[in-house]
Structures are given as structure tokens and as C-alpha cells.
Write a protein that binds this ligand. Structure first.
Ligand code: ATP
Ligand code: MG
Length: 340
């Protein structure tokens, strides 16, 4: 283990040998793999995101290193901590989030409304932090697979700084770069036009609007549509359907829907900054909080009925032990699994 710039506390460059031998593959995608690894010395589980040498030329990894060195200095509760790099594996090493991505959680478990509102608010906190830096740190790859869930079902924004607008890039090449990552649903319409301006904060705000829709509906936006269809529909101001939002919903959901619609406005100038959104999501999330563990229900088993069908309380769930005393299954078992 050494430090890239030679001084302690700076970005570390881990050797493959710094990790226990058993690397558990968590995900494989076009641009590389994610492994769960364990640091021998620190006894800590980490996630190692490898960019794969074949797909990732030296220049690209060099850029990632430069970005990682900068972003590793950023510390905030709702953004993913970067521990260092592993140049040998062309990889970034970061905190391991035991409940994986929000994308997977939304597909596998039913979330109760207060938990949905809390997750939206926490994601908005993370984004507000990134945009509050000077100059604003644009994510440009915000999607539910880049919102990761910890063992207490709190979320952190991940993989920021990996996609960037480069000098001399055309909008066409930028768009190609984004769609290659399978991000078409999160790309704002102005990116599809002849516009030559580099993306700004409104780009991420649009993506956040789509994230809100996904959390509220637990569905995939533009499911089954080709890239071209999405491109045409979004350019024509079409957005994911409101009909997918469950009928049984708290009254506060209307305000959340209104935030979502502002975020995905066709006109980037009309999209609100995260500094505004975060205040609104804070209020909504606070209103939805009620005492006791009511964010989720177990295996479709409805506990004590409340006045509202979307609020289900579980009177007999004991207080959870601290994070290090319970595993992933403990907290996930409090959510009801989706039926397939
Ligand atoms: P992109 O490269 O555009 O970010 P992606 O988010 O779909 O695409 P990865 O970032 O490689 O792909 O992540 C793939 C999956 O790996 C995530 O959906 C998540 O399940 C898992 N993963 C990524 N980072 C972590 C982490 N720090 N802790 C736990 N699981 C992770
Ligand atoms: Mg990712």
C-alpha cells in the first residue's frame, strides 16, 4: 500500500496483494467489474471497481486517477467515500455498500412511502453537495445504479466525476459516450439537439427527476423502448407515465410529483437548483417520518393498520442492533420482497 503523492492521508494506491485472495464479483458490466474485497491490514470490506484494461486505455485511466484524486478529498455523508486506487487492477477502491444499488433494491423489494421520500431526500442532499463545490462538480451519470444503499438503507451518490465533458468534444460524441453506458433515460433533451454548450448543473437535475419517478413507481423509465424512441419521445416533451405512480399514495406525494416535473422540465433554465430542491425534499421527508419502524413491511404481512393505507406499522419489530452486529439480511428482511 503506498500513497500516490507520498504523503499520509492522501489517495492510496493499493496493491492487489493488500486484499485477501477471495475477490467476490458483485457486478459485471460493459466497462468493467465490481468486486467485494477485504483489506488484509485494515480488516475492512471494500468495493473495487475495475475499469478493465482492454476497454480502458491508459489515457482514460489516467483521467480517472486525476479525477479520483480530486474527488477523494470530498467528504460528505451522502456521497461515496473513495479509499484509493489499485493501479495494478486499473481500479478505484471505495466503501462497500452492503445493500447494493437503489436500482436493484427498487426491483427486488417494495419500499414504503416514508422510506422512498427519505431516499429521495438523501440523494438530493448528495447532489446538492456536489453542486455546491466551486466550480460545481457535475455528475453526468446520475442514475439509480449510481445511488448505493448501506446496511441501514441510507443512500450515497456514487461514481461522480467518472463522466466528464472534455475540451473539443461535440455533443454528438458526448451523447454516444453516455448512451454506451445505457443511460438514455437520464439524458436531458437539450443534449439531443444541435446545442453546442457544455452540460451544466441542469443536466443532473433532469436525471434526478427521472430518479424520483423511479423511486415513486419502482418501475424502469421507458421500459422496452429503443434508444431512438426514447430520444424522439423526450425531445417531444414526453416523460415517464404518471399512471405508473400508485393510486394509494400520501397527499405529500403530489408535492414530490411537482418537484419531479420541475426537475425534468424541457427548458434547462426552468429546472430548480438542488439548493432549492433539497429544502423541499427535507420538509416532505420530515413530514413523512413517524415514530417507530414503519418504513417497510414484512413479506406482505400487514401489521397494525393505521389511518392511511400507505402507512403500515410493525408493532413487534425489536430495535435493531448496531450496524456491525447485524447483517444485510436483517434489515432487508424488514422489506417485503416483490413477487415475481
Ligand atoms: P456506470 O459505470 O455507468 O456507473 P453502473 O453503475 O451500472 O454503470 P457499476 O458502477 O460498475 O455499473 O456498478 C455495477 C453494480 O455494482 C451496481 O449496480 C451495484 O450493484 C454494484 N456496486 C457498485 N459499487 C458498489 C459499492 N461501492 N458497494 C457495493 N456494490 C457496488
Ligand atoms: Mg456505477
Amino acid at each position: 500500500m503506498d500513497c500516490l503523492d507520498g504523503s499520509p492521508g492522501q489517495l492510496r494506491n493499493f496493491q492487489k496483494d493488500d486484499f485477501e485472495a477471495d475477490w467476490i464479483k458483485v457486478a459485471e458490466c460493459k466497462f468493467g467489474q465490481v468486486y467485494q474485497v477485504k483489506l488484509k491490514l485494515l480488516r475492512e470490506k471494500c468495493a473495487l471497481k475495475s475499469f478493465g484494461k482492454t476497454l480502458c486505455d491508459n489515457q482514460r485511466y489516467r483521467k480517472i486517477i486525476d479525477e479520483a484524486s480530486n474527488i477523494a478529498k470530498l467528504k460528505f455523508k451522502y456521497i461515496m467515500p473513495i479509499y484509493g486506487l489499485c493501479s495494478e487492477a486499473t481500479a478505484v477502491v471505495m466503501e462497500y455498500m452492503s445493500n447494493g444499488s437503489l436500482n436493484n433494491l427498487l426491483a427486488s423489494h417494495t419500499l414504503m412511502w416514508p422510506k422512498k421520500f427519505q431516499m429521495i431526500h438523501e440523494a438530493s442532499m448528495g447532489m446538492n453537495f456536489l453542486h455546491s463545490t466551486k466550480p460545481p462538480l457535475l455528475h453526468l451519470n446520475l442514475k439509480t445504479s449510481n445511488i448505493l444503499v448501506d446496511d441501514h438503507l441510507h443512500v450515497k451518490i456514487s461514481d461522480f466525476g467518472l463522466v466528464s465533458w472534455e475540451e473539443g468534444m461535440t455533443m454528438k460524441s458526448f451523447l454516444k459516450h453516455l448512451t454506451e453506458r445505457g443511460n438514455i433515460s437520464y439524458i436531458p433533451p437539450e443534449t439531443f439537439t444541435q446545442c453546442t454548450d457544455p452540460p451544466g448543473t441542469a443536466f443532473d437535475v433532469y436525471s434526478f427527476g427521472i430518479v424520483i419517478w423511479e423511486v415513486l413507481t419502482q418501475q424502469k423509465p421507458h421500459a422496452g423502448c429503443s434508444v431512438t424512441t426514447v430520444l424522439i419521445q423526450v425531445s417531444q416533451k414526453k416523460r415517464p407515465s404518471m399512471e405508473m405512480i400508485p393510486e394509494q399514495k400520501p397527499t405529500e406525494c403530489d408535492q414530490m410529483i411537482s418537484i419531479m416535473k420541475q426537475c425534468w422540465d424541457q427548458d434547462p433554465h426552468k429546472r430548480p437548483p438542488f439548493s432549492d430542491t433539497v429544502r423541499k425534499t427535507e420538509t416532505l421527508s420530515d413530514v413523512m417520518k413517524i415514530p417507530g419502524p414503519m418504513q417497510c413491511h414484512k413479506n406482505g404481512n400487514v401489521g397494525q393498520k393505521s389511518d392511511y393505507p400507505w402507512q403500515i406499522t410493525l408493532p413487534e419489530i425489536p430495535d435493531l442492533p448496531p450496524a456491525d452486529q447485524h447483517g444485510k439480511d436483517d434489515i432487508l428482511s424488514l422489506l417485503s420482497k416483490k413477487d415475481f
